[in-house]
Design a binder for this molecule. Structure first.
Ligand SMILES: [Zn+2]
Length: 373
């Protein structure tokens, strides 16, 4: 039996709540080689599951609305030349059929009602096309962003963003060290709405200025959703952990993902998978290998694991394919995640791609037919 580290309770100041919606941007990234992003390998698995790309709409109690990321712009030929050139050489497949403003409009939301676009970082699958938004919409970025990436193309040929992304818009670069800055569970934090409902978190490693967010989804008791952005690209980088070990039996919700009638996964399968790859059951399945700064990324992940073990915090990240079909998506909010048990239902679903017995079950008649190369 694994000993769980005893932890002091998280102290987060009281505050207001905000509503949060997950927007599936229609962008997918498929056929990514496992070794491109994570290691050590799992025998028989060469590709990561097809990744969705999420944007999040956050609205506080006074009606202020921000978008956290925008996915990929659908006219991707208009990305900065540096990005289009690298995508042309990529071995994975990328698709997007809609821009976020179109998805908002389908449900009666207007771009002029958005106060700000928060870019978690500069990558093409997060920046979208801010020029679809009026100049009144601010662009919020993390520390060091402007120095690292601006001006955009064409003024600077090697920039991953374009001048047209921000022309005419106010750019707000968060300074987490300024007066009034706070710390939450080891993260430098910025109270964006100044009402305790949305904290931006300094989460360096994946990219210069990479930021995450913490949204207060209910009060009394306080629950939160942590928007992890690209701190991880596969749940195996986050779980298991010394705080969240694999349980002896993992229930899979049969209504969302049938695994040939299988509704539980013995934890011992995961222990075997870890042991044969030189890992212990309380270590994450994978270690990140593709980041701007690996040491900083590992530090951010270890702090995120601390949040992940709190039953009042639901960690979601930009490419978490296990959320599909589990939680309510835009235009609905997923504030009631705890009441609905969406955290528990999605927590271990990623294992179906990696545990040999679960992969075998999928290829059986009655399995859900997902096969990994
Ligand atoms: Zn990404």
């Amino acid at each position: 039996m694994i000993q769980i580290e005893s932890l002091p309770p998280l102290t987060i100041p009281s505050g207001r709540t905000a509503s949060v919606s997950l927007i599936d941007t229609t962008c997918t990234i498929d056929h990514i080689d496992v070794h491109y992003l994570v290691g050590p390998p799992v025998e028989g698995v060469s590709k990561l599951p097809c990744m969705p790309v999420y944007s999040f709409l956050v609205e506080n109690l006074t009606g202020r609305k921000v978008l956290f990321d925008l996915g990929l712009r659908k006219d991707r030929q208009n990305l900065a030349p540096f990005v289009t050139a690298s995508l042309a050489k990529a071995s994975f497949e990328v698709n997007a059929t809609k821009d976020v403003p179109e998805i908002l409009a389908e449900h009666g939301y207007r771009v002029q009602d958005i106060e700000a676009i928060i870019w978690s970082h500069q990558h093409w699958d997060h920046t979208g096309d801010p020029s679809c938004f009026p100049d009144s919409v601010k662009l919020v970025v993390g520390p060091g962003f402007q120095k690292a990436y601006m001006p955009g193309a064409p003024a600077r040929k090697d920039s991953p963003i374009s001048e047209s992304d921000y022309r005419g818009k106010e750019i707000v670069e968060i300074n987490f060290d300024q007066q009034g800055g706070t710390r939450l569970s080891g993260f430098k934090a910025h109270d964006y709405f100044e009402d305790g409902s949305l904290y931006l978190l300094d989460a360096p490693g994946h990219a210069v200025g990479h930021i995450m967010a913490l949204v207060r989804t209910t009060a009394d008791p306080d629950t939160f959703v942590c928007l992890g952005a690209d701190a991880v690209h596969d749940t195996g980088e986050l779980r298991p952990s010394k705080y969240v070990p694999v349980p002896e039996s993992i229930p899979f919700p049969s209504h969302t993902h049938m695994l040939g009638g299988m509704t539980a996964c013995p934890g011992v399968w995961v222990e075997h998978l870890q042991a044969e790859r030189g890992r212990t059951p309380d270590q994450s399945l994978f270690v990140t290998v593709h980041n701007h700064s690996i040491p900083d990324a590992l530090d951010t992940i270890s702090k995120l694991q601390r949040l992940d073990c709190d039953s009042n915090i639901f960690v979601v990240y930009s490419h978490d394919e296990a959320l599909k079909g589990v939680l309510d998506e835009f235009p609905r909010t997923f504030n009631r995640w705890k009441q609905m048990g969406w955290d528990k239902q999605s927590r271990w679903l990623f294992l179906r791609h990696y545990v040999p017995e679960l992969r075998a079950a999928k290829s059986q008649p009655g399995g859900n037919g997902i096969e990994r190369a």
